[in-house]
Structures are given as C-alpha cells and as structure tokens.
Design a protein around this ligand. Sequence first.
Ligand SMILES: [Zn+2]
Length: 178
Amino acid sequence: MNHGHDRKWVIVLDTSAFESGIPGTGGVPLFTTGSVVREIGRRKPRLMALIEEFISSGALKVRDPQRGSVNRIIKSAEDSGDAPRLSPTDIDVLALTYELSEEGLSASLLTNDISMQNTAHAAGLNATGSFAKAKTYITWMYYCPACHHRFQRPPPDMVCPYCGARIKRKPIERRKSS
Ligand SMILES: [Zn+2]
C-alpha cells in the first residue's frame, strides 16, 4: 500500500514489538527474522500461534539478513557504544531493517528496546517504540471453513452449530472506535 510516499513502506518487528501487541498497519507488509520467531517459539507459545497465522496469511514475512548487513550493523553498534547491550537476535533485526532500506523500501523498525532504537538511529535507520497514531488494531475473526458462517464469539467447543465442522480463526484488522 502506498501511503502517499514515493517509497513502499514496510515495518520490521522485534520480539518486544510482538509482545506488546501487533499493530494494525493498514496492510503495510510486516517483516521479522527467523531468530525472532525462534525466540518467541521458546518463550511465548500463545503468541507463537498468532505469529504462525500471520505468516501463513502472508501478512508477516520471515527473512534473515545477509552477512554483509549484519557486519554493517555490528560496526554501527560498536561506534554508538550499544554493542554490549545487543543480542545476536537484536543485531539480526537491525540488519534486516538496514537491508530492506538498502533495497529502496521505507523500512521502519518497531522495537521497545532503547539500545536497538539508538543503534538504528546511529545507522541512519527509522525506528520507533510504537505507532501511537495507529487507527486500527488486530483481532480475531472466527469462521467455519465448511459453511462460511462467521462468529463474533466462537462456541466453547469450537464446533460450528450449523454444520458441525471445526471452527477456525484468522487475524483481522479493525478500526479503533475512538
Ligand atoms: Zn459450518
């Protein structure tokens, strides 16, 4: 989606960004790294289920940065003094943001980690702790894959009362009312 800028906008999320809730982005593509997905898989199984649905729906792309991008970010982090506070996963996420920017995309890093924000800015990258102005949020839509009924609230047994099929859910974006 083009938001009136010349360059296509994408958002890169780190673990802290996923933990504080996936923002509604008006269809802007989301990116993260394999290392973030593995970290969440180990620590937050419920959040992992949501992330898997984002990946399978195509809304979230998982991509690992090239070695050259990683080296570039390590150098920036050493220059800015943030290197001791960054994990290999942090470096990966920063390197992916750098790489997407180098490819001509307008990449914004979403992270609550101050050291990551600092390193991003030192490397000339766009980073923020929140999209406070986001007008949408992500919620679940429950539906029957067989008869296509939709449910505001799913039956507790997750079985469709119309046809008996197992109810599924997918993440959808809703507009905030205020
Ligand atoms: Zn049904």
